[in-house]
Design a protein around this ligand. Structure first.
Ligand code: FCB
Length: 496
């Protein structure tokens, strides 16, 4: 029934052949594929994943840990932002969040119960170095050490994202990411982690979504630290590219077992029309939003992302930086939430450093939407994985996040019957299986998220979890989707 309404709503929204198979559209369409993007049941039923495939779930420090000022932790830019009245939609903050700092054993037990093989967590820099540089807080390190041990005991691979947005406020006070010194501070922090955890953690991702950190943090000012200056964005982005390269080497120097990859936010860009201008805009969008930092690591240079010349001077690029940025990642991590429709917009009359000027993008309207408002377009993950596979010579890929927010809550019997989430994952995983069958080397998939948590500016109003969290009691209830995902993880197939 759910599937029927999924199809019906999609078809009512209409279809556009022009959009459907443009741009990223590499492979042949799935036979019988609906214009809405829904995957036929027959495709879902025949989807298979290789044995040893790493089924996982993801979270991040600020979104789940709480304990914001406990055991010597310093303030982060997200603490500062969320404590500023009016910034978070429901007036909340991450002070307690899911209280994972105190309840990590319970959370690891849920992961184990759900047959998970990988847990992607992130470390809070100010918990470990309260001032962002200098003295280490032993209690902070000890927390992550215990967390990692609990995972290993449960047979779960620890996947450590080093930085998921919670910059120490002390470093922002020194100028934040536009200050190139942060590349060294960050590499030092990464080395501290690798020295203390590198005997047990083998999978490291330096940054979660570096584009969001830099463009929205320093360019548009939408996200903390809310500075709105495109010159600062260019500098911040360059510091992150340098930091990525430096951390790559620092981690490997500190731990012989380390493999270093990434966790990039990506949105396949489909040109709005077949015009050359729209296709060029979609390519620039892809170069900026999706592969800017990947390209920097793999090639030691930026991709052709700018309408004019690459603004090296405005970035603060120095001779030799190309060698620092270059870091042949061992594997690539990518998130997929939604696709975007991209077209060319007129360049502004006065000069701008904003590389997104001249690019217009919008969410497509063909597919149905989640409660959080994202269009559901399962094929996007296939197109994305196939393009990255082609463009970067068949790398090992991990899906670091995919997910959907739905408001379902426990019914009178206590069950959380989130059937729309199950449908969402079935569809996306079927498309991922298709990419794998066609040769993409995808070894892991992390659902966002293990549990409902603090969804940044939306506070607790968006529930992405496969486990429901009652934030007043901290009671966890595994949703139907969690139980379903556990069966998928055990069977490596979707018809479970
Ligand atoms: C991603 C973020 C993650 C979470 C999900 C919903 O962009 O990496 O922290 O907020 O969106």
């Amino acid at each position: 029934m759910i599937r029927r309404s999924f199809l019906k709503r999609s078809l009512m929204a209409g279809s556009s052949a022009l959009l459907a198979k443009r741009g990223f559209g590499a492979g042949e369409p799935v036979p019988g594929e609906q214009a809405s993007g829904a995957v036929p049941l027959s495709e879902i039923n025949k989807a298979r994943f290789p044995s040893g495939f790493l089924w996982g779930m993801a979270t991040s420090s600020y979104q789940v840990e709480g304990a914001w000022n406990v055991d010597g932790k310093g303030e982060s830019i997200w603490d500062r932002f969320a404590h500023t009245p009016g910034k978070i939609r429901d007036g909340t903050n991450g002070d307690i969040a899911c209280d994972q700092y105190h309840r990590y054993k319970e959370d690891i037990a849920i992961l184990k119960k759900l047959n998970q093989k990988s847990y992607r967590f992130s470390t809070s820099w100010p918990r470990i170095q309260p001032g962002g540089r200098g003295p280490v807080n032993p209690k902070g390190l000890d927390y992550y050490s215990r967390l990692v041990d609990a995972m290993l005991e449960a047979g779960i691979r620890p996947f450590c994202t080093i930085y998921h947005w919670d910059l120490p406020q002390a470093l922002e006070d020194l100028g934040g990411w536009p200050n190139r010194d942060l590349a060294d501070y960050y590499a030092d922090f990464s080395a501290i982690l690798a020295r203390h955890l590198g005997d047990r953690v083998t999978v490291w991702a330096p940054f979660n979504m570096p584009w969001t950190v830099t463009y929205y943090g320093y360019g548009t000012g939408t996200y903390p630290p809310c500075r709105a200056d495109m010159g600062l964005f260019l500098k911040a982005a360059h510091t992150l590219a340098l930091a990525q390269g430096k951390a790559f080497r620092a981690i490997k120097a500190a731990s012989s077992k380390a493999t270093v990859g990434s966790a990039y936010g990506t949105e396949p860009a489909y040109p709005k029309t077949d015009s050359e201008a729209d296709r060029a805009a979609a390519e620039r969008f892809h170069a900026l939003r999706n592969v800017y930092f990947l390209h920097a690591a793999m090639h030691g240079d930026y991709p052709k992302a700018f309408a004019g010349e690459t603004p090296y001077e405005a970035m603060g690029f120095k001779p030799g930086d190309e060698k620092v940025m270059k870091a042949p990642l061992d594997w690539l991590g990518i998130h997929y939430y939604l696709r975007l429709i991209v077209s060319a917009a007129p360049q502004p009359a006065s000069p701008t450093l904003d590389p997104m000027a001249g690019i217009r993008y919008e969410m497509a309207r063909e597919g149905p939407r989640t409660d959080g408002g994202f269009e559901i377009w399962p094929r996007g993950i296939y197109d994305l994985v196939m393009r990255i596979t082609r463009d970067y010579s068949h790398p090992t890929i991990e899906i670091t996040e995919t997910g959907c927010s739905y408001d379902d809550s426990p019914d009178t019997t206590g069950r959380v019957s989130d059937v729309r989430r199950i449908e969402f994952y079935r569809q996306h995983l079927a498309q991922l299986a298709r990419a794998i069958a066609e040769g993409a080397r995808v070894r892991a998939y992390h659902a966002w998220s293990l549990e409902d948590n603090f969804e940044w500016k939306d506070g607790y109003t968006r529930r992405f979890g496969l486990t429901y969290v009652d934030f007043s009691s901290q009671k966890r209830t595994i949703k139907e989707s969690g139980h379903w995902y556990a069966r998928v993880a055990a069977a490596n197939r979707l018809d479970v």
